[in-house]
Design a protein around this ligand. Structure first.
Ligand SMILES: [Zn+2]
Length: 451
């Protein structure tokens, strides 16, 4: 038996309950084939990588993102706005998105995620000024080899209907529902080891009609899909729901049939304890986005309290124009700092944060059986981490705590589906230079900066 790839001399974090201090991990046919702690037991391999004692973890799972936003990163006119001010300032620019700019922004986002140790990401693509934008995202994912869980986002409510976005980026209900079915038929692969899946993701309770919420839940049931939306992200949302629906965001979420194990929500900052208990009991998962929450300055969910109440919590980097970066390592560190800042040093460890970034994210995507851990049979998605010798000097007693405390860590090697996509810290994508040049041109066009 010869395996495809053997990683040896590693500190293996398989999952929360299994670590191997000086071990090897074998990969065959895109799967974790075996794990061991005696090098003489390791199988023969076509290719061998020595981790030189460094930490190996499952690839981090990104449970909330808006990749297209890297075309408007750190956009000066809105950097100090509230969430709603920020959205209103950027929607007119996003109206100029097209297939090429979405392809390029998706490529940049996925390469950036790989460099930060993320191997599977969702994307919440809810701005559709032109058709076939998610098709362009799947082309990017295939060209890179990234494991991609797209979500068909949507907005129906423009400023003319009391919403925030201009009419040019919203769509009518029938167009959204037909395109959702089309994308599921074209790209959703329910098979084990899939490289592409599709979920349904109306943008938020205040940007779509009630029919889109209820029909999305019905379609998800019909095709066995995940459901995603932003929920209870901002106090303005409470006021909006009280005025339009006569209830809280969580009550409305329940009313439209979304309180189910299919659903995961982004942020969930302002529910009551009783509301968290109800959604946890229903099997709803949450994606916390620590950097985005702190950048917007509006508050953050108490992730450890949610976990104690039985809710599964993953992490997300959120859109590249609110967080402006896409390092899941940084999000994981920020999640740990937030937990400790809130409740003290006993409240949260590096392993708690890593569990959220791996198992928690996989739970959000409904993919816990295959990703977010490295047990034999799991997808061979993993990271050999790299911290500079200077930053790691003296950190000898706990590699997992050192990984999240001694900063910054980047991916030395990132492997997706058994293939090396980042090697020695460098993406292997051959035409990355061309992509960055073209991305710069599209970002200038969309930000109306001229050529
Ligand atoms: Zn978001």
């Amino acid at each position: 038996m010869t395996v495809d790839l053997l990683i040896r001399d590693a500190f293996l974090y398989i999952d929360r309950d299994w670590e191997v201090a000086n071990g090897w991990l074998a990969i065959k046919d895109g799967r974790v084939h075996g794990i061991g702690d005696r090098v003489e037991d390791a199988p023969a391999a076509r290719s061998v990588i020595s981790a030189h004692g460094r930490l190996v973890t499952p690839g981090l799972v990104n449970a909330h993102h808006h990749m297209y936003q890297n075309l408007t990163r750190a956009y000066a006119p809105v950097t100090n706005g509230t969430l709603f001010e920020w959205l209103k300032g950027l929607y007119p620019l996003w109206a100029d998105l097209d297939e090429e700019s979405v392809y390029l922004s998706t490529c940049v986002a996925m390469v950036e995620l790989l460099m930060g140790g993320c191997t599977t990401s969702m994307d919440h693509m809810y701005v559709h000024p032109r058709p076939f934008l998610i098709d362009a995202q799947f082309r990017a994912a295939r060209d890179i080899g990234f494991r991609f869980h797209a979500t068909r986002g949507s907005m129906t409510r423009s400023v003319e209907d009391g919403g925030l976005p201009p009419v040019s980026v919203v769509q009518d209900e029938d167009t959204i529902l037909a395109d959702s079915e089309r994308l599921v038929g074209a790209f959703h692969d329910p098979a084990p080891g899939a490289m592409g899946r599709v979920a349904l993701a109306p943008c938020s309770l205040f940007s779509v009609s009630e029919r889109i919420m209820t029909e999305s839940a019905r379609l998800a049931e019909k095709h066995d899909l995940r459901l995603h939306t932003h929920l209870a992200e901002d106090p303005d949302e409470d006021a909006y729901c009280a005025e339009i629906y006569g209830c809280t965001p969580t009550e409305y979420f329940e009313r439209v049939g979304w309180a189910s194990p299919r659903s995961w929500v982004a942020h969930y900052i302002y529910p009551t304890g009783d509301e968290i208990d109800r959604l946890a009991h229903a099997g709803v998962c949450t994606a916390q986005c620590p950097c985005s929450n702190m950048m917007i300055g509006g508050g953050t969910a108490d992730a450890m309290d949610m976990r104690r109440r039985g809710m599964r919590v993953g992490l997300g980097c959120d859109g590249s124009a609110s967080t402006d970066h896409a390092s899941m390592w940084l999000e994981t560190r920020m999640a740990m700092l937030l937990g400790r800042f809130r409740h003290g040093p006993h409240a949260m460890s590096a392993r708690d944060a890593l569990d959220m970034a791996t198992r928690g994210g996989a739970a959000c995507l409904g993919w816990e059986d295959e990703i977010g851990h490295l047990r034999p049979g799991a997808c061979a998605d993993l990271v050999i981490w790299s911290i500079s010798e200077v930053a790691a000097a003296g950190a000898l007693s706990d590699p997992v705590e050192a990984w999240l405390r001694c900063a910054p860590a980047v991916a030395g090697t990132t492997i997706v589906n058994g293939k090396v996509l980042v090697s020695d810290g460098v993406p292997v994508l051959a035409n990355l230079g061309d992509i960055l040049r073209d991305h710069a041109r599209e970002a200038r066009r969309i930000q109306r900066l001229g050529t």
